[in-house]
Write a protein that binds this ligand. Structure first.
Ligand code: AMP
Length: 224
């Protein structure tokens, strides 16, 4: 099953994707994570992307499409993936159609996580993750149970994204409004768009998403 988690920065796409990985054994394909890794490794792509990402702008479509195509050629994506952060523009929608068709795959659904924009800046500016297992935390909204220790894996190392400051977040929201939000009607017209309320508590958002996936035929790998 190939699905897109759709929504503005801070909507909870990454968090929900991790839960689907855990509960449905799906693969998460986060273009943001792929680019951050490229920056860390100092690859050609990373060098091109670093400044653009810091400013909260979008990476050029042709580069992004190439990176995604190469990732889709890896065998672990064969049984389906969760696209988290792609597509973000109309040319990327077309590129994804082509990339999937060339590999005899298809898109099953697009799930929009709807959120109130005002809440996003606060959510993003305070967030950080465990450097070891990726569990998400927030300065005010969700602190670890024991100060400085990850609830999940016990690590005491945490990290923040360089683009999670207010200025970059505002730029990311503008990019979302101007270039990304307008692609949703394309999927609505195809009858594969679903919507969940991202302002609900995280567990309830997960339940809504899981209901959609089960309706579409996805089978959980664990019972919960
Ligand atoms: P994310 O982790 O999804 O919030 O992405 C972080 C940053 O990576 C974005 O602000 C963009 O600079 C870049 N990025 C990630 N995915 C894409 C994409 N599909 N198209 C263009 N830029 C992207």
């Amino acid at each position: 099953m190939n699905i897109i988690l759709f929504g503005p920065p801070g909507a909870g796409k990454g968090t929900q994707a991790l839960r689907l990985v855990r509960d449905f054994g799906m693969i998460q394909l986060s273009t943001g994570d792929m680019l951050r890794q490229a920056v860390q490794e100092g690859t050609e792509v990373g060098k091109l992307a670093e400044k653009i990402m810091k400013e909260g702008k979008l990476i050029p479509d042709d580069l992004m499409n190439r990176v995604l195509g190469e990732r889709l050629d890896k065998p672990d994506t064969q049984n389906g993936v969760i696209f988290d952060g792609f597509p973000r523009t109309k040319p990327q929608v077309e590129a994804l159609d082509k990339l999937l068709a060339e590999r005899h795959r298809k898109l099953d659904c697009v799930i929009e996580i709807k959120v109130d924009e005002e809440a996003l800046v606060k959510r993003i500016v305070g967030r950080y993750i465990c450097a070891k297992c990726g569990a998400g935390y927030h300065n005010e909204l969700h602190r670890p149970k024991a100060e400085g220790v990850c609830d999940i894996c016990g690590s005491s190392e945490f990290k923040r994204r360089p683009d999670d400051n207010e200025e970059a977040v505002r730029a990311r929201l503008i990019e979302y409004r101007e270039k990304t939000a307008p692609i949703l009607p394309i999927y609505e017209a195809r009858g594969i768009a679903y919507h969940v309320d991202g302002m609900l508590p995280m567990d309830e958002v997960s339940e809504e998403i899981e209901m959609i996936l089960k309706e579409k035929g996805a089978k959980p790998t664990v019972s919960n």
